[in-house]
Design a protein around this ligand. Structure first.
Ligand code: F0G
Length: 461
């Protein structure tokens, strides 16, 4: 029933956004060297660059913020957050951080060892970067279906390929693998979920070989909702029963709370291992702040404590996941090639299938990002040749990634389906005229290739 997935909230405060002309947008795009990261946000009509830190907070979150305790040590807001985290994660030891990548840094510092492998489904960039700095080799072992954008059959395209993991153990030895990280949902291939069966199987194999398991849980509730609706045996379980079971299979979890925390800033490092916790506390003191705030203000911890509870509301999740699917369905109706099934936090358009005449080295998905902004003032993000491309360390030859997509991230509780219709209509029009678009040339990339998408400059061909 359609009304079941309509918004379980009403709008109390509105934030005006600006409609602009195509001429204005073409000028701003040129000034930004055709890189959407360099556009001024006020010149964007619907901002789908990311779902991170962009959520709308509820009346209860804003009310909780007023009660924030800003004491340096032992503030009440920390204990409120700790209680909420324990309830959702089922783990006792909670170290706040200022955002997800700080938790990644602490986690990589503790678990990564030089010359050893860090296995994952698809590591998020900030962990990958931290792991590489520590001298470890991050490897992506998502199942092969996870890299096939044309098939929508598999319900859990974020799963780890157990056979590949086993093969690495057999070939290199378990002592050469320092950690396994399961990212839920898997951001890099479409916000695709990981099944409970897979989390359990990965954890059992890792445990057998004494390899620690970490869950990168930025989108933990969306993953739990997919388990509830797609995996046998979970339909009658509550979201929290599912999240607690997910985390029962790991030693430590990191979280960017800017996603499923329903807040604008914050992160978490949560563990059940006391030695690990003590190390995390010390790293937090040096890099983040004292143990009971770790880079967050008291009011931000209050908002997160409430947000973590709200995100586990099944009515909210039903609305959320169905809103993303709504956009996917509108695009599919017009033949736009997307990653299927739609994931938790956005719709990913396949750049290669959208612009088959633009080769990957001419950045088809980046061209699509620019076309969408030109057409409708909508900002999406490239996750393809620019963001995931790399270079052979010896020859300097470019290495092109397996996936070539444009991610249209949907912020939580922010846009209406009318906004999503604007996106669908604009992309439909671009798709009709797809033959008239040419590729792009990368003219500037900045000093660190793996971070070039933030600073790159392009020219139109
Ligand atoms: N882990 C995952 C799975 C993420 O998606 C992100 C951020 C992080 C860690 C890092 O967290 O931003 O709080 O420091 N993803 C954002 C995105 C930036 O757009 O997907 P952070």
């Amino acid at each position: 029933m359609k009304y079941m997935s309509a918004e379980p909230f009403r709008i109390k405060v509105v934030e005006p956004i600006k409609k602009t002309t195509k001429e204005e947008r073409l000028g701003w795009l040129r000034e930004a060297n055709y890189n959407a990261f360099k556009l001024r946000a006020e010149n964007v009509y619907v901002d789908c660059l990311t779902d991170s830190g962009t959520s709308a907070m509820s009346t209860n979150q804003w009310a909780a913020m007023m009660t924030g305790d800003e004491s340096y040590a032992g503030c009440k807001s920390f204990y409120n957050l700790e209680e909420s985290v324990r309830d959702v994660f089922g783990m006792e030891m909670v170290q706040p951080t200022h955002q997800g990548r700080a938790a990644d840094y602490i986690m990589a510092s503790i678990y990564c060892e030089p010359g050893k492998y860090a296995v994952g489904n698809m590591h998020f960039d900030t962990f990958r970067g931290n792991a590489e700095v520590m001298g470890a080799y991050p490897v992506d072992y998502v199942i092969k279906e996870g890299l096939d954008t044309s098939s929508g059959e598999h319900p859990f395209k974020g799963n780890i390929d157990i056979d590949k993991f086993q093969k690495l153990i057999d070939e290199k030895g378990a002592d050469q693998i320092c950690v396994v990280i399961i990212t839920v949902t898997c951001n890099n291939n479409g916000g695709q979920p990981v099944s409970m069966a897979n989390i359990k199987a990965v954890s059992e194999l890792a445990k057998k070989h004494k390899i620690p398991v970490v869950i990168d849980s930025a989108r933990l509730a969306e993953n739990a909702y997919f388990i509830k609706t797609r995996e046998e045996g979970y339909e009658d379980k509550s979201i929290k029963e599912i999240t607690r079971e997910m985390f029962s299979y790991c030693e430590t979890a990191t979280m960017s709370s800017k996603k499923d925390g329903l807040v604008n800033i914050g992160g978490l490092f949560v563990t059940r291992n006391e030695d690990i916790f003590l190390k995390a506390n010390q790293l937090a003191i040096v890099h983040e702040g004292f143990i009971t705030y770790g880079g967050m203000s008291g009011r931000d911890m209050e908002a997160l404590a409430v947000g973590l509870q709200e995100v586990c509301d099944v009515q909210y999740l039903e609305y959320r996941v169905n809103q993303v699917k709504y956009l996917g369905d509108r695009l599919k109706e017009q033949g736009v090639p997307i990653v299927e099934p739609t994931g938790g936090h956005g719709v990913y358009v396949d750049g290669r299938r959208f612009f088959p005449h633009i080769p990957q080295h001419e950045f088809p998905s980046q061209r699509l990002v620019c076309a969408l902004y030109e057409e409708a003032g909508v900002r999406a993000v490239e996750l393809g040749a620019c963001a995931f491309g790399s270079k052979d360390p010896e020859t300097g030859d470019p290495i092109w990634p397996a996936l070539e997509t444009m991610r249209i991230s949907v912020s939580r509780r922010v846009y209406t389906n009318n906004h999503l219709d604007v996106i669908a209509e604009a992309l439909g029009d671009i798709y009709k005229n797809r033959d008239s678009y040419k590729g792009m040339k990368l003219v500037y990339e900045g000093p660190i290739v793996s971070l070039r998408h933030f600073t790159a400059g392009f020219e139109l061909l």
